[in-house]
Design a binder for this molecule. Sequence first.
Ligand SMILES: [Zn+2]
Ligand SMILES: [Zn+2]
Ligand SMILES: [Zn+2]
Length: 478
Amino acid sequence: MAIGTATGWDPFVDASPEPDDAGLRRREELAFVEPARNLDSEVRESVSRSIQSTFPRPVAILLEAFVTWVSGCPHVGQRPLVRRSKLVYTVEAFGGFILFVALGAVAWRTGFWYLLPLIWLALAGRGWALFNIFHHATHQTLFASDRVNRTLAFWSSIISFSSSLDSYRKEHIQSHHTRAICTYDDLEAPFMPLGFPPGQPKSFYYRRLAWLICTPWTYLSYTRYRLWDWQRNDPWLRKGTLWGFAAVLVGLAVGFHQVSTLLLAYVVPMFVIFNVTGLVGTFSEHHWGTLIERPARLRMVLLLQSRFLLDAAPDRDQPRLRRIGGWALWTLRFLCYHLPVRVAVLPGDSMHHDHHHRHPRTEQWTLSTFERFEHVQHGCPGFHDYPHSHAWSLGEAIDRVFTRMSAAAPPPAAVLARRDAEAKARQQRWQRLRNLAPGRRAGRLPPSTSVPGAPVPLHRTATPRRGSPRPVLGSDLD
Ligand SMILES: [Zn+2]
Ligand SMILES: [Zn+2]
Ligand SMILES: [Zn+2]
C-alpha cells in the first residue's frame, strides 16, 4: 500500500479490481482517497503558528492547551498541561451529570430559563461522558477491579437510561469489534434500522437525518426502547432498579408539583437533546455499510476516522482588514460551533474513535489525544501501511460518511428480504393489537410518516436493537 501524506493517499492504488464489477468497486474506492489535510495536522499547526507569534509565552501555552482540548489535536512538540486520571474522568462524568441536572432545575425555578439550552447541551455531553465510562468498563479498561467497573457501568446506565453492561458487551465486543464491523451483521450498526441503506444519493441521507431530528415520533420511539425494549430481558434487579428510578423521579415531581422542572431539567436534555447528539455522533463516527466485500483488517482501518474540531488559521499574507474578518469568523466558529460539539457530542476520548478500534487493549485512553498524535507523526504501530485519518469538523465528518455510504453498493437482496419479512411480522403484530382495542376497526395499518419522496423505506423493515447505549432508534420510528 502506498502512503503519500504530502499529496494525499489512495488506499487502493495497488489493488487490482475484479473485471466484472471493476467500475462499481473503483467508484467506491475513489470515495476513500484521502486528501493530505485529512492525514496530517497542518490545520492545527497553522493555528499554533499564529498563537505563538501573537501572544506572550505563558498566554500562548494556555491558549494552546485550550485549542488542543477543543480540537482533539495537539501541535508538534506539545505536552499535556494536566494529566487527568481515570478516576478524575469518572468523577467528572457522574458529578457533571448531577451538577447540570441541578443547574437546570435551579435555572428553571429562579427565572433563568433562557440558560436552559446551554445547560441541556452540557448535560447531554455528560450523558456521553457517562457512556465513555460505561464503554471502557465494557472493555475492562476502566479500573482493574471488575466489580468496580460493573458497579460504575450499572449506575451510569441507570441514570442515563441506557442498556446493561452484559447486553452491550454482546453487541460491542462480540460483534462491533470483530470482522462484522459496520456490516449488516454488526449488532451495533444503526444504519439499516434508522433507514440509511448504502448506495443512496447523499441528499437522501441528509434529508433522512433532518427528518429523524425533527419528528417527535423519533423521540417517543427512542424513549420506549430506553424504558422498555432494552431493559425487559435483563435480570429483575436491573430492570427493577431502572423502573424504580423512573418511578421515584415521576413520584417526586408529582408529589412536590415539580413536573415542569423534571421535564426541563432531565427529560428534555436526556430524551431529546441527547438523542440528537447521538444521531450526529453516530453518522460521523463510522463509514457504515461500505467496502462490504473487502478483507476484515482493511475494513477495520478504513471505516473509522477521528473527529477533530478546528478551522485553519486565516492566511497571514492577506490584507489586514480581511485578516481581521477571517479571525472574527474563526473565533465565532471555534466558540459557537466546535466548542459546543466538543462539550455536547464528543466529550472525552470519543473523538479519537479510530485510535480506540486500532488499539483497544494498549491505548491509554485518558491520553488518546497525544497518543494518537504520536501515531500521526511517526506511524501507527501495527498499521504502518494505513495512516490514521480525520475530519476537521463535525459537519465534515458527517459529509465524509455520507459520501462513502453513497458510493457503496446497495444492500444485497437477502438483507432486504430479511428486513421485509421482519416488517411484515411487525405489521401483523400491530394489526392484532389494534383489533383488540375497543372501538377500533380491524385491518388498519400503523400511520406512515416516511420521508416525502424518499426511496423504498427500508428502515421500516428493521428490528429495534436491544442494548446499545447509542441512540439506536429502531425501524418502527415511522
Ligand atoms: Zn469499544
Ligand atoms: Zn466503533
Ligand atoms: Zn494508531
